[in-house]
Design a protein around this ligand. Structure first.
Ligand code: MG
Length: 342
């Protein structure tokens, strides 16, 4: 009799996380939140610590044929800081572990760490430890970030209420469009090494893909405005997919409006040039590392004039479902098609 074999691809990344976490029990009272949010939350005296970790693999998460090592180092830190931000917490420390093949020189590792140090400086975090080991194939980077918050100021995914306003920061879709440009120029270069990659034309989209910035500025501004988002997460897998996460965790529905979705002009124009639908890029492109959060309606006036916070919709009763209202006024069901690594 043959044993049953289930392909990981059949579960998908989120299905795999659900499958593994089913059997995990949290027993210590100080473990306030385990798997299932942007970061874990741990009681620590009069405040809480948040902890998050990310694993980045060469060939899966970054391609060194076009990603400069300092950018890879910066991004490895930024994506973790983004998950700390998503809890409405302030990052304080990171650990960095790397696995390297002998393809990498000391100079290459120095270049990687120059980006890691730049990110530590930028976000005000201390690098306090890590591990290095040999790798059979390429570069692997694992970063863990630790942040702090007041217990009552942590924003979880499950706090959104009916009629809360759904907000997104910055602009979306740039990282996916940037990735397509980088891949296109790589193919041009592979076909004809004399051709110089044409990247200067696309600084916004390639910059977002190669060196995204976590939105700690927004976290500080929310604090100054005296606002605690009722729910929050960062947009790493795509807007639609993140909206599904908040709706599921909070047991609410959502309606968003196409004409409120934030897209940069260069992202829009480049998507059109690549024959991609710009709105699909905004809804399903990943890796922008902007913030998605909900606020109580009473807080709207405090943020109304913020130039970089966009009010893209509102939360509804769960039975009302998840909809996108197009520019022509038609409500179409929202589909979550995030980033799939498996
Ligand atoms: Mg996240």
């Amino acid at each position: 009799m043959s044993e049953k074999r289930t392909e990981i691809g059949d579960l998908g990344e989120f299905g795999l996380i659900d499958h593994l976490s089913e059997k995990i029990e949290v027993k210590n009272p100080s473990s306030l939140r385990g798997i299932g949010d942007d970061a874990a939350v741990i009681e620590a005296g009069d405040h809480v610590k948040v902890v998050t970790t990310d694993l980045l693999l060469e060939g899966v998460h970054f391609d060194l044929s076009y990603a400069p090592l300092p950018h890879v180092g910066f991004k490895a830190v930024a994506v973790n800081v983004s998950d700390v931000a998503a809890m409405n917490a302030i990052p304080k420390q990171i650990t960095v572990s790397i696995a390297l093949s002998n393809r990498f020189s000391v100079e290459a590792v120095d270049a990687l760490y120059s980006g890691i140090r730049a990110a530590c400086e930028h976000y005000g975090v201390d690098l306090i430890g890590g591990d290095t080991t040999a790798s059979r194939s390429g570069l692997v980077i694992s970063v863990t970030a630790i942040g702090e918050a007041k217990k009552e100021q942590v924003s979880y995914r499950n706090g959104a209420k009916v009629n809360d306003i759904l907000c997104a920061t910055g602009d979306l879709g740039a990282a996916l469009v940037g990735l397509q440009i980088l891949e296109r120029e790589k193919q041009v270069f592979l076909a004809n090494p004399d051709m110089k990659p044409d990247l200067d034309k696309y600084p916004v989209v390639t910059g977002r893909q190669l060196r995204p910035d976590a939105r700690m500025d927004i976290i500080h501004e929310l604090k100054e405005a005296g606002i605690v988002p009722t729910s929050m997460m960062d947009i790493s897998d795509g807007l639609a997919s993140e909206i599904f996460h908040i709706c599921k965790a909070s047991n609410v529905g959502a309606t968003i409006y196409e004409d409120k979705l934030p897209i940069d002009k260069q992202t829009f124009d480049t998507a059109v040039e690549l024959n991609m639908d710009p709105i699909t890029c905004v809804l399903n492109g990943g890796e922008d590392y902007e913030l998605l959060f909900t606020i109580d309606q009473k807080d709207f006036a405090k943020l109304e004039k913020h130039p970089d916070i966009h009010f893209i919709g509102h939360m509804t009763k769960p039975e009302e479902g998840k909809f996108l209202v197009t520019k022509s006024g038609t409500a179409v069901p929202l589909k979550a098609q995030g980033w799939k690594h498996f």
